[in-house]
Design a protein around this ligand. Structure first.
Ligand code: BG6
Length: 439
């Protein structure tokens, strides 16, 4: 009888501990189970030590009653090569339905070693699924190379390139809000919208990820993937149906038309580094890596041309908040013409986290004394109203086991997003000393 198995490469890493184990556990208690979970990594743990590591990781996330779940966990240590991976052979039968989750940086060399190891040990079959984390490659060329490598072993239906922002509850609902209500689409264009801002602000620092972060920076870590994906969902045209293929096609059309605002080059780029960054472990003392980045972009289509789009992210900022803000233009005509400041722009704000709300800013009762309208906010908080508010990784892993690719990324959209980002990084690289502000 073939079994369902979930194999994690990078099993003692931060991502596995903080995100994957808690999400797998939440699914487990909802009866979405694998027959076996196998952790694989270079760290030399015995079963008991690994059990402790997984138990602590779950306890830190407040997961209780983990014994049955942990009883299905095994750990194998070894290198990411054919010799090490041979160890997995004893656990996996050729007919098993296996998910390989690469919870490691997706460098070509590492992925190549693992895939070769899996292949020579006959651990890949037509039912195998493989998951890769972002950033997928570090530019167009490397992403393309990585794609070609994957396609030597898998077909596109087996490859899951994850961007967990697409699995966040409120992000999943963005398309329902936009296309399930007739009040937004007629206004969703440059005639009525003055600007769009996608902000992924983090109060946290780079934590223990110095090695990864110093080679990556804020643009590659967040803007190239999470922020561009949020933008695509905000700006794309309505697909005929919400299938993975059609959603991906619409997102691609946005990426194809994306450019820096009015082609003004470097004026549209701001970068910064938080004070104390260079003192962190694994960071070069004179590092010029950005921990903050803000780009002003534009979609060169009849619908969006001329609308500035701010894409912003940073570590160690005042707020920990992810927002999509759509700012509308003033009414073209209104009865208070003489007072220019009597109205405020309408805004539709989605707080993806931590407040999980939608807010619509309107002008209401006119205050005769102040000679202006009173701004009011219509707000709906999902956190308080929704029966189940799920973690992004839980959503993503659930879709993965259902083989639903809608929230996973296609190779084309990743390549197109690098096509937009690569020249920006080149510009940044040429001007880093001048551009980089310490904050
Ligand atoms: C990851 C980035 O993709 O997303 C991290 O690599 C970032 O740098 C994290 O902290 C943010 O995710 P979330 O779900 O906590 O907003």
């Amino acid at each position: 009888m073939p079994s369902k198995k979930f194999i994690i490469f990078g099993a003692s890493g931060d991502l596995a501990k903080k995100r994957l184990y808690p999400a797998l556990f939440e699914l487990f208690i909802k009866d979405i189970k694998f027959d076996e979970y196998v952790g694989y990594g270079r760290s030399r743990f015995n079963q008991k030590q690994f059990g402790e590591l997984a138990k602590n990781a779950l306890a830190q996330k407040g997961c209780v009653g983990q014994e049955d779940f942990l009883a299905r966990f095994k750990y194998f240590s070894g290198g990411y090569d054919k010799e090490g991976i041979k160890n997995l052979k004893s656990e996996l039968a050729p007919e098993d339905k296996i998910i390989f989750y690469l919870s490691i940086p997706t460098s070509y060399e590492l992925v190549n070693d693992i895939l070769t190891g899996l292949d020579v040990n006959n651990l890949i079959n037509k039912k195998t699924q493989i998951v890769l984390e972002k950033p997928f490659g570090s530019d167009f060329v490397s992403a393309n190379k990585l794609n070609r490598l994957l396609l030597q072993y898998f077909n596109e239906r087996q490859i899951y390139r994850i961007d967990h922002y697409l699995a966040k509850d409120l992000v999943r609902d963005l398309l329902t809000l936009r296309f399930g209500n007739s009040i937004f689409e007629p206004l969703w264009n440059n005639k009525y919208i003055e600007g769009i801002a996608i902000k992924i602000e983090e109060a946290v620092c780079i934590e223990n990820r110095g090695e990864f972060y110093d080679q990556t920076g804020a643009v590659r870590d967040i803007l190239q993937n999470h922020a561009l994906q949020l933008l695509a969902l905000t700006a794309m045209d309505q697909p005929k149906e919400l299938s993975a293929e059609l959603i991906r096609q619409e997102k691609q059309k946005i990426f194809k038309k994306l450019r820096l605002f009015k082609k003004r080059g470097i004026e549209n780029i701001k970068i910064g580094q938080y004070c104390g960054y260079c003192d962190k472990e694994h960071i070069k003392k004179d590092s010029l890596t950005e921990t903050f980045a803000e780009l002003t972009a534009e979609i060169n289509s009849p619908r969006w041309k001329g609308v500035p789009i701010t894409l912003l992210t940073g570590k160690k900022l005042k707020e920990q908040s992810t927002d999509i803000i759509v700012k509308f233009r003033f009414p073209q005509s209104h009865p208070w013409k003489k007072q220019t400041d009597c109205l405020q722009n309408n805004e539709l704000c989605f707080n993806i986290q931590p407040k999980n709300h939608i807010e619509l800013k309107l002008n209401f009762g006119f205050d005769a004394q102040k000679k202006c309208a009173t701004p009011i906010n219509l707000k709906f908080g999902f956190q308080d109203n929704r029966f189940m508010f799920k973690d992004a990784y839980e959503n993503a892993l659930n879709d993965l086991q259902k083989e639903d690719q809608s929230i996973f990324l296609s190779s084309e959209e990743i390549l197109l997003s690098w096509k937009f980002i690569d020249p920006i990084i080149n510009l940044m690289d040429k001007n880093r000393t001048k551009l980089l502000k310490i904050y």
